[in-house]
Design a protein around this ligand. Structure first.
Ligand code: C5P
Length: 285
């Protein structure tokens, strides 16, 4: 038996635009995504000689074949025609769920990377990311990591210059949002403000953190904020204590702020912790 270890990094959407509904029911996106240092840890025993099993360090997540990490292992073994002779996947969970931080996708991507390494890298990173699209829309980016432009349903990736070094505060409020429902709502809403992805790319190319912050924009943010005004409270704390900018990530409900320094981030973190148990300080990875 061999044990594999792989980190699973959370993602933030620096920009997120929804371009339109496709015939397959999904939506075409254009999003600049960034992985951050908030992470789950994945351990995989290969060759247990027993039926597949998945264990998670926290309750409330599926531990059967509906878990994206399990699905990823299934897709990898089926496509590459590998029989691992029994798998046990253990997930040490730290990424908040229902947050828009791609926690399940990050776990799935880590499983793909770990198995690919175990079998001697039969797939390139891009081929592995393509395989990840069969598991979930955010999985391809989570395989790639770093800073990237993500298009199509989430399967078209283009690496961008690394985000300039900075400090994030991430706050997950107590409610969560249903992603399919939010897409339905967006279909019935006129989108008032869309991201300028060209400006975001230029900001990244120039390594200009101020311009990156200025160009944060997520079309889901106003839709969710209109129904959950506490997001404005979280944003106002970030803003008042020096954030360069702040917004919701993905389909929510977590808010992230780009802070000018660790000291400012610590102040915002302590303020938010008075009301929210799930507040984190993170860096881009
Ligand atoms: O692919 P994934 O399971 O992550 O997507 C969750 C849901 O989000 C989908 O069932 C779909 O309703 C919606 N979605 C979408 N367009 C995308 C990604 C997700 O409509 N590009």
């Amino acid at each position: 038996m061999t044990t594999l270890f792989e980190p699973a990094y959370a993602k933030l959407n620096l920009t997120l635009d929804v371009l339109g509904k496709r015939e397959d029911g999904y939506h075409d996106l254009q999003s600049v995504m960034q992985t951050i240092s908030i992470r789950d840890d994945i351990e995989i025993d290969v060759g247990t000689g027993k039926p597949w099993r998945l264990l998670c360090s926290v309750e409330g997540l599926p531990t059967d074949e509906t878990n994206l990490a399990w699905k990823a292992a299934e897709v990898f073994c089926r496509t590459l025609k590998k029989d691992p002779q029994g798998l046990e996947i253990r997930i040490v969970k730290r990424i908040p769920f229902g947050a828009g931080m791609g926690g399940g996708s990050a776990d799935a991507a880590a499983v793909l990377r770990a198995l690919n390494r175990h079998y001697g890298e039969p797939l390139s990173v891009l081929a592995l990311a393509e395989l990840g699209a069969q598991v979930g829309s955010d999985v391809p980016f989570c395989v790639l990591c770093g800073t990237a432009m993500v298009e199509g349903r989430g399967e078209r990736l283009r690496k961008l210059p690394d985000m300039p070094d900075c400090v994030f505060v991430v706050c997950k409020p107590d409610f969560s949002v249903s992603t399919p429902e939010l897409y339905r709502k967006l279909d019935q809403t006129a989108i008032p403000l869309r991201p300028d992805n060209r400006a975001m790319e230029s900001a990244l190319l120039a390594g200009d953190l101020g311009a990156v912050a200025e160009n944060l924009c997520n079309v889901f943010d106003p839709v969710v904020t209109a129904e959950h005004l506490e997001l404005n409270y979280i944003k106002s704390i970030c803003h008042s204590y020096g954030a360069l900018n702040q917004q919701m990530t993905g389909s929510g409900s977590a808010i992230f702020a780009i802070m000018p320094s660790f000291e400012y981030a610590a102040v915002v973190c302590n303020m938010l912790k008075e009301n929210y148990p799930q507040v984190f300080i993170a860096k881009p990875v």
